[in-house]
Design a protein around this ligand. Structure first.
Ligand code: SF4
Ligand code: SF4
Length: 114
């Protein structure tokens, strides 16, 4: 897929996820997540970051250090009925489980994930 098409597809998916404010500096839900090729490029990575020994994400540094370029799964956490924030943060209207799964399904198909 061309970079332009890839960008459009990812931006379309991201736009469907309702936004909300996290607790400043919090990364309590951060752990290993899938990365598409487009997302790796956006974060200027050639491969997914190595997870730390404690399974936390390498970008969790008093908040997400690549917030604008974070992958889809990071964006979904806290925004879907079955991915609720442990601290009660989230949008006024959570995505339904079905809508969340549909976005993940489209992301996987577009990126050739199993
Ligand atoms: S969704 Fe909740 S747990 Fe995750 S970073 Fe935001 S405030 Fe922290
Ligand atoms: S990329 Fe950012 S939001 Fe995603 S798991 Fe890592 S620190 Fe958390």
């Amino acid at each position: 897929m061309s970079h332009g098409k890839d960008a459009r597809l990812h931006q379309q998916l991201y736009k469907k996820i309702p936004r909300f404010e996290c607790i400043e500096g919090c990364t309590d839900c951060c752990g290993p997540v899938p990365w598409s090729d487009y997302e790796l490029k956006q974060a200027r990575l050639s491969e997914p970051p190595q997870e730390r020994a404690d399974k936390t994400c390498a970008f969790a540094q008093g908040g997400c250090s690549i917030h604008q370029a974070r992958p889809l799964m990071c964006r979904l956490f806290g925004a879907v009925e079955d991915l609720r924030c442990p601290h009660g943060r989230g949008p006024l209207q959570l995505l339904s489980v079905e809508r969340g799964h549909e976005l993940v399904r489209r992301y996987k198909i577009a990126n050739g994930f199993d």
